[in-house]
Design a protein around this ligand. Structure first.
Ligand code: ATP
Length: 240
């Protein structure tokens, strides 16, 4: 197996006796899109918070391309190529969308001309070019999330963790956005972990799915196998 991967081994998070996540192991390689799915409260966001460094796991180990980062904070992981988005995106409202993205690239040490070039390239690939010169506080809520994704991509990560990137969009828009992100993953060798609770959205867009329920792994595999898995059917459709 390749050393190049983001790996969680036997991860656990215990909040004062509440086992939000227990013994979860997963692996994300460059170039693949892994959907982390499960019903409300199943531990998706907690897992993403552990992987990105927002939370320090109470059990287990996280490694990034073979290096143990379990005790490293978010910023240090971001410098090493692991970048995340948040459910609520904070933009500089008085700056344009392009300036918001450039600011991220400049903050990561890029030269101004390069930051500008990368910004325009990413906006085009995400289908957001027409927003480039618009003030960020005038952008509709659904598209602000895409601005957040563009900003994360401007940091040129190797691994990108997305927390419900398509929330607030309808199913067709959500699938379209995730398809675009998946094509980024393929062309740039980017590993994408996508937290999502809508099965339909992840089915046709992810390479693999990891299903959680009550903080534990139910099953991991290719979408077609997951769709037919009796345990997954029970979780999604069997509970009144
Ligand atoms: N800071 C915290 N303190 C105590 N319990 C927490 C904390 N954060 C999460 N939990 C609990 O951990 C469990 C998993 O929560 P988490 O937010 O990770 O689930 P989720 O799958 O992301 O849910 P959703 O789809 O609703 O966002 C839930 O029971 C939640 O109440």
């Amino acid at each position: 197996m390749s050393e190049r991967a983001l790996v969680l081994e036997h991860g656990g998070m215990n909040f004062d006796g509440v086992h939000a996540v227990e013994d979860v192991s997963l692996r994300l390689e460059p170039g693949e899109v892994l959907g982390l799915i499960g019903p409300n409260g199943s531990g998706k966001t907690t897992t993403l918070n552990m992987l990105s460094g927002v939370l320090r796991p109470t059990a287990g180990r996280i490694s990034l391309d073979g290096v143990d980062v379990t005790r490293r904070p978010l910023r240090s992981r971001a410098r090493a190529g692991l970048v995340r988005t948040f459910q609520s995106v904070k933009v500089f409202g008085r700056l344009t969308v392009a300036e918001n993205i450039e600011a991220a690239a400049l903050g990561a040490g890029m030269r101004r001309s390069e930051a500008r070039r990368i910004t325009l390239e990413i906006l085009e690939e995400l289908g957001l070019s027409e927003l480039a010169e618009q003030r960020a506080d005038a952008v509709p809520a659904g598209q602000v999330r895409s601005v957040g994704i563009a900003r994360a991509l401007a940091l040129r990560p190797t691994y990108l963790l997305l927390d419900e990137p398509a929330a607030g969009q309808n199913e067709t828009e959500a699938i379209e956005l995730i398809r675009i992100i998946a094509s980024f993953a393929k062309t740039r060798g980017l590993g994408v972990l996508l937290v999502e609770h809508d099965m339909t959205v992840v089915m046709g867009t992810c390479d693999r799915l990891h299903v959680l329920d009550s903080g534990r792994t139910v099953v991991t595999g290719e979408p077609e196998a997951i769709r037919r898995d009796p345990k997954v059917i029970e979780i999604y459709f069997g509970r009144g």
